[in-house]
Design a protein around this ligand. Structure first.
Ligand code: C5P
Length: 232
């Protein structure tokens, strides 16, 4: 599998974007835009990435009624978003509506990937929400439901990737955050994996933030991770 790197650019303003892009190797071509930057700037947040020919993973985790999500998917396509996240918990009808909206956008359609159980939730949280099956069973079931509804892929922990590959096969996209080079600082991530472990588990894209952006030499840190991914 030709696994690619996505840089999680967790900044608050567009002015902070260009120096980050310029501090990384040219071969880094995918960036994650999250809620903070998008709420502060709106679609203008995409401009510096597009100017540099970069692709955009817009992580807004859409979760609303089917019609609203379908219209948001179409709007994202108009703004040149390459990958967009939706919540599997929005249900099959919402997921199907999102997938159908993307199909109607043809070549401009973003790939849609579903988040399943947020990694900040544990079994007790699920029970509180009335979910009685175990966390991993619930997560796998939500992921399968999203793929069956026509969604292109999933965001998951590298520790879930191999189980998802068995369940949904090789075609769907799997995007895995929680990546740390061997010996790196875990920060607030609990279930981490090295780049090569994530590639071997079947990830299509690794999302990496702090291990690159907070490194003394971000260019070198990114190059080392890309090298490890290619060697896996
Ligand atoms: O800095 P770090 O490499 O931990 O950044 C990982 C990125 O992936 C962050 O933008 C974080 O919000 C995101 N993410 C995550 N774990 C999830 C889902 C998203 O770390 N389960």
């Amino acid at each position: 599998m030709n696994t690619e790197l996505i840089i999680a650019i967790d900044v608050a303003t567009p002015e902070e974007v260009m120096p980050v892009i310029n501090s990384l190797p040219d071969e880094v071509s995918f960036y994650k835009v999250g809620l903070e930057l998008f709420i502060s700037t709106g679609p203008a947040a995409f401009i510096p990435f597009k100017e540099k020919g970069k692709r955009i993973f817009l992580d807004l985790k859409l979760h609303d009624i089917p019609r609203t999500v379908a219209r948001a998917v179409k709007t994202a396509a108009e703004h040149g978003v390459d990958i967009l996240t939706v919540h599997a918990g929005g249900g099959s009808d919402m997921l199907r509506a999102a997938a159908e909206a993307a199909r109607e956008c043809g070549d401009k359609a973003p790939k849609l990937v579903a988040v399943t159980t947020l990694t900040s939730l544990n079994n007790d949280d699920l029970i509180e929400m009335g979910v009685t099956r175990g966390l991993s069973e619930h997560t796998l079931a939500l992921g399968k439901m999203a793929i069956d509804a026509g969604i292109d892929g999933l965001v998951c922990s590298p520790h879930e990737a191999a189980a998802f590959r068995k369940l949904i096969g090789d075609a769907p996209i799997l995007i895995t955050p929680g990546i740390r080079p061997a010996g790196g600082d875990a920060g607030d991530q609990k279930r981490i994996a090295t780049p090569s472990m994530a590639v071997e588990a079947g990830s299509s894209f690794l999302v990496v933030g702090r291990p690159i952006l907070e490194a003394d030499d971000p260019r070198e840190a990114a190059a080392a991770i890309i090298k490890e991914m290619r060697g896996a």
